[in-house]
Design a protein around this ligand. Structure first.
Ligand code: COA
Length: 358
């Protein structure tokens, strides 16, 4: 146990509770659950998806991507899939890429997921970080439309000179995993809290102003701001810097902690279901995080509500996911059998050299 107390955590961060994944729950399982809910609400079949992007800094593995694992779980047979690594700014980056793919008309329907299991990379002996982070996932479906609205513009920024302020040092090519890295907790989050705090308070307001002016709007046109949920004091400082009332900001970190790339989609989903976001509202989604990275998207909320999936249609959708699971198992089985019968190809894709017959 670290030397801390509830009063300090609530006063200094605003966090009261968090969701912590159990041993069976992973970034992909949380992300797939959020994706299924988003597809149900949008009334879109997994077969209609052209692309799945997962923003995460706690991926299932280095590779394959968490997005590919979720694509398989959904049975999204026509979709490409990849992950984005931009730490807590990941969801804003993913949203920007998804909307640009749609605007370029190369994709029509894109699923964007923010999913994290940060509890699995927290050093539970470090009181400076272990009280902050939580697990969770949120997802949105973006679809092309001739109506004005949706993601209007984004600003994406990075300053890699700040890479040491917030990082997981080991497990990549710079410091490969070893006995020493595990002993020294180098696979866990390390953070210079004070410096990250200073950086965050500066860039949150800047990114909001930049994206609003890039969209040709003014701050008066903004109805709701959905900030990355890291620390209540950072959000309050941004509100002061922008001279906006704090009730324009969606704040739910008291119940989730910092869920990194999942924090904005979780907060936005809650805001929508609580009726705090209405049609034609202008929203700013704004985030900052490791990299250092930061960015913002300006979204005009333009969602045609779909009738909820009920009865037979809900049952059909569940059956579809069961079929996807079976199809995946059959494919893996078939691959194993093929490998046994035909043998594996040589690693360079060439046929193995034939043995000379004598
Ligand atoms: N419980 C009790 N005391 C704690 C503590 C904890 N969990 N964590 C730190 N402290 C102590 C420090 O050791 C320090 O003690 P000292 O003065 O004896 O050295 C004191 O509290 C003040 O430390 P400081 O780092 O100045 O606290 P803070 O008010 O800046 O709050 C953070 C610390 C981490 C909450 C704050 O810096 C923060 O939120 N930073 C940004 C983090 C963030 O957003 N990260 C994610 C980016 S995506």
């Amino acid at each position: 146990m670290v030397d801390t107390d509830d009063k300090w955590i609530v006063e200094r961060t605003g966090i009261s509770q968090r969701f912590i994944a159990n041993a069976e729950e992973t970034t992909a399982t949380l992300g797939a659950d959020a994706a299924r809910e988003a597809l149900d609400i949008a009334n879109i079949s997994p077969d209609d998806l052209d692309l799945i992007i997962v923003a995460t800094c706690t991926p299932e593995h280095h590779f394959p991507s968490t997005a590919s694992i979720i694509q398989d779980a959904l049975g999204a047979r026509n979709a490409g899939a990849f992950d984005i690594s931009a730490a807590c700014t990941g969801f804003v980056y993913a949203l920007s890429i998804a909307s640009q793919a749609i605007q370029a008309a190369t994709m029509n329907t894109v699923l964007v997921i923010g999913a994290e299991t940060l509890s699995k990379i927290v050093n539970w002996d470090d009181r400076g970080t272990c009280v902050l982070f939580g697990d969770g996932a949120g997802a949105f479906v973006l679809q092309g439309s001739y109506d004005p609205g949706g993601v209007r513009t984004s600003v994406l920024r990075s300053d890699g000179s700040g890479r040491d302020l917030l990082k997981v040092p080991a497990g990549g090519s710079a410091i490969p995993a070893s006995y020493d890295t595990i002993r020294d907790n180098l696979h866990c989050i390390q953070m210079n809290g004070r410096e990250v705090f200073r950086f965050a308070t500066r860039v949150m307001a800047d990114a909001c102003r930049d994206v609003v002016s890039a969209a040709g709007l003014t701050m008066e046109d903004i109805d709701v701001i959905v900030p990355h949920q890291a620390n209540k004091r950072i959000i309050e400082a941004a509100a002061r810097g922008l001279r906006l009332p704090i009730d324009k900001f969606i704040v739910n970190l008291d119940r989730y902690g910092n869920t990194s790339a999942a924090s904005i989609p979780i907060a936005l989903c809650e805001a929508v279901s609580e009726g705090r976001v209405r049609p034609n509202d202008n929203l700013v989604l704004v985030a900052f995080g490791g990299g250092l990275t930061w960015g913002a998207s300006l979204v005009t909320w333009d969602v045609t509500p779909q009738p909820p999936l009920t009865g037979l249609r809900r049952f059909r959708r569940q059956a579809l996911y069961r079929v996807a699971r079976m199809r995946s198992a059959v494919r893996r089985g078939a691959r194993a059998i093929e490998g046994t019968i035909w043998g594996s190809q040589a690693p360079d894709g060439m046929e193995p050299p034939r043995r000379d017959r004598t």
